[in-house]
Design a protein around this ligand. Structure first.
Ligand SMILES: [Fe+2]
Length: 366
């Protein structure tokens, strides 16, 4: 619309109103444009780079100057965008992204390894969006990037520290397991087999990987507290008296006391404390019920019962697997969590789960 043309003819009030509206919109657009240009120019920590389809640099803001060390006049119309990519694999990665943008005409985000004028390597999170010409066809790509090098470094350091911590804690668990093994190989073997079954149940319950690992870790030391029980009671070749059994019943608390001050990524001490609790409150030491018992402790309880029944005990021969599975089926939802029992039954009945070979207990230990 041309204002002079309109003015030169006789104009109606509606046309005059339209012209006023047009002038207002034009002014707003100019101001917005100026505002946006200002942002582009003054962003010192954000790189904004525009290229054509041949990857020639057409626009390079002050943020790009700051980050990459090249002045705008050194690169605009002179260099291709690949001067800021750190290596051949990044160039390949960007080519793939650009092809995708041109094909779909949609923007994409990516993390790129880049290099500055003086050779410093940096990481940027880039948002790449297509630019369209007047005919609506794509004519280039606009990239907006943020330096995330520090962020990446801190992330890697944190991962590294976590990994070291995990190794340390795993080391503590294995050292504990070895101490138990030295004193009581029978219990050590039992714990390993319980841990393997408990881990398989935890996987079947679709617990997160970290929780599955925790179930295994606690499994291999869950009877740690038995080191506080005199060895002759553990290997007594007859049924225990009530007083003797009470000594054994103290082992979850004894294990808890040894572990309670160590910071693990899992509630190790509490799981150890609760592995003889039963969901109807008939277990020990606290008589906890249902959801007051930690899930991992309920998993260990089922694995513990099955393994114990199929193992030889100093005072009795082993029971057949059928009888052990009968025990958990009969007390499903009474003593044991029903979902855990179902997973355990499925492992034996459908998945052919088998315990590793058991070493016969040494005659010295009964
Ligand atoms: Fe136990």
């Amino acid at each position: 619309m041309n204002k002079d043309n309109i003015d030169s003819k006789k104009t109606s009030p509606e046309q005059k109103e339209l012209v006023k509206e047009f002038e207002k919109t034009k002014k707003t657009l100019e101001e917005t444009n100026k505002f946006l240009l200002n942002i582009l120019e003054s962003s010192s920590s954000v790189s904004i780079i525009s290229t054509d389809l041949e990857q020639n640099i057409l626009y390079w803001n002050s943020g790009a100057e700051n980050i990459f060390g090249f002045k705008s006049e050194e690169v605009v119309g002179v260099r291709k965008i690949d001067i800021i990519y750190a290596d051949a694999s990044t160039i390949h990665q960007v080519q793939k992204v650009r092809k995708q943008i041109i094909k779909t005409e949609k923007g994409m985000n990516c993390e790129l390894k880049q290099v500055t004028k003086n050779g410093r390597i940096l990481w940027s999170r880039m948002t790449l969006t297509p630019r369209f010409g007047k005919n609506g066809k794509i004519i280039g790509i606009l990239g907006i990037g943020e330096d995330i090098t520090e962020h990446k470094r801190a992330d890697a350091e944190l991962r590294d520290t976590m990994e070291k911590l995990r190794k340390t804690l795993t080391g503590i668990i294995h050292a504990t397991e070895m101490i138990i093994e030295t004193r009581d190989p029978y219990t050590a073997g039992h714990q390993r087999r319980v841990a393997t079954l408990a881990k398989a149940i935890a996987k079947k319950l679709s617990l997160p990987e970290i929780q599955v690992e925790g179930v295994y870790m606690v499994g291999v030391i869950h009877d740690l507290g038995k080191i506080s029980v005199p060895a002759e009671i553990l290997s007594m070749p007859r049924r225990l008296t009530e007083a003797e059994f009470n000594l054994i019943k103290n082992h979850p608390k004894a294990g808890y006391d040894i572990l309670k001050n160590i910071e693990f990524p899992w509630p190790v001490a509490d799981i150890v404390l609760q592995h003889h609790e039963r969901i109807n409150g008939s277990g020990y030491p606290a008589g906890l019920e249902g959801n007051d018992i930690i899930l991992e402790a309920k998993v260990l309880a089922v694995a513990d019962v099955v393994e114990s029944m199929v193992s030889h005990r100093p005072y009795r021969a082993s029971f057949p697997l059928k009888r052990a599975l009968g025990e958990i089926t009969q007390n499903r939802e009474i003593l044991y969590d029903p979902d855990i029992v179902d997973c355990c039954l499925e492992l034996f009945n459908k998945d052919n789960f088998q315990f590793e070979e058991r070493e016969e207990p040494s005659p010295l230990l009964g």
